[in-house]
Write a protein that binds this ligand. Structure first.
Ligand code: SF4
Length: 330
């Protein structure tokens, strides 16, 4: 059985991330922060560096906040009730259920995407748990499932069953031990359950990433939409206006973004950057320019960073790719 600490960290890492990606990150994390006390004393920049590449950086920040909450409010021990766990930053119903059942072996329910699919088919539920009444029905089934002598094992088995047998596209119904009880199977309509999620629209951002330098400094900024990089710095991005002519386009985009600043001469790098973050697809040309002074003020979200300290700001993959493209000659 995993410890509450290991269960908590691994379950947070696994949110929106595949197991195969998480394995190395988890191993590194445990080497750096083997227990909660070490984690609660961590520096945020160090922790974000360790998280670099996993995305959704707010998860890492929430872990640090929660570790300090546990130190201060729960005498350094991960709490063992749902009510207390839900007070911790970044811990929702699913993670609370995972910690309580998998690590404390308590009869507490768990509901993830795999479990939802299994229940939807077993009980022919033709809705997803989006609204309160719908959620309640799924949680009642999950609660019933956990009422046994080994709730941790039962919950883990249920999630694995969803991942390996009752899979989204080709469920192994003919091998399934639940076949005789499965309403979707008995109705001959397994693939109708659960109903499809409405597709989230991907927003395309075409434009320019600016690497603007002045002597020993580089201009960086926080994205206007903070949810994009969870408050991490990147390079200024100018959305395209006139796509047919890059030079004209860049001039127009600059004038729109910085109407009170003189137009600067920029050179386009050879390499372009394509990068996807939470329903946004960036398709960027990288433009390099030199500013007369690093005293020019661009606004509250912008800072001039010393070139020798740039690596501390290249945490997310997007600014890393932009920086690399700006410094690749072919
Ligand atoms: Fe899933 Fe098929 Fe088993 Fe039903 S019979 S629970 S659909 S694998």
């Amino acid at each position: 059985m995993r410890s509450p600490y290991e269960t908590w960290i691994s379950e947070i890492m696994l949110q929106q991330t595949q197991v195969i990606t998480v394995i190395d990150y988890f191993k590194r994390w445990i080497v750096h922060y083997p227990h909660l006390q070490a984690l609660s004393q961590a520096k945020e920049s160090e922790l974000l560096d360790l998280w670099s590449g996993l995305g959704y950086y707010s998860r890492a920040r929430n872990i640090l906040t929660a570790a300090r909450q546990i130190e201060n409010n729960f005498a350094g021990k991960i709490p063992s009730t749902r009510h207390e766990l839900l007070q911790l930053k970044g811990i929702g119903e699913y993670t609370a259920g995972a910690i309580l059942s998998l690590a404390f072996n308590l009869r507490e329910p768990i509901l993830d995407g795999n479990v939802i699919r299994v229940f939807s088919r077993l009980y022919a539920l033709n809705f997803l748990p989006n609204e309160t009444a719908q959620k309640k029905i799924y949680w009642v089934h999950a609660h019933e499932w956990a009422q046994c002598s080994s709730p941790g094992l039962a919950n883990e088995a249920l999630m694995e069953f969803g991942a390996l047998i009752c899979t989204p596209k080709n469920p192994s119904c003919l091998l399934c031990p639940l076949q005789k009880k499965c309403l979707a199977f008995l109705q001959g309509s397994v693939l109708k359950f659960p109903p499809a999620k409405p597709m989230k629209k991907i927003m395309e951002i075409k434009g320019y990433a600016l690497v603007l330098e002045s002597k020993d400094s580089v201009l960086m900024c926080k994205p206007q939409k903070p949810e994009l990089l969870a408050g991490l710095f990147t390079f200024p991005i100018l959305p395209s206006i006139h796509r047919a002519d890059s030079k004209k386009d860049l001039t127009l985009a600059w004038a729109k973004m910085f109407p009170d600043k003189p137009i600067l001469p920029f050179v386009l790098a050879h390499k372009k950057v394509r990068h996807a973050i939470t329903h946004h697809q960036f398709d960027l040309k990288v433009a390099k320019g030199i500013a007369a002074s690093s005293k020019i003020i661009f606004g509250k979200n912008y800072i001039w960073v010393k070139r020798k300290a740039i690596s501390e700001y290249l945490i997310s993959s997007l600014p890393k790719k932009i920086w690399e493209a700006a410094h690749t000659s072919i």
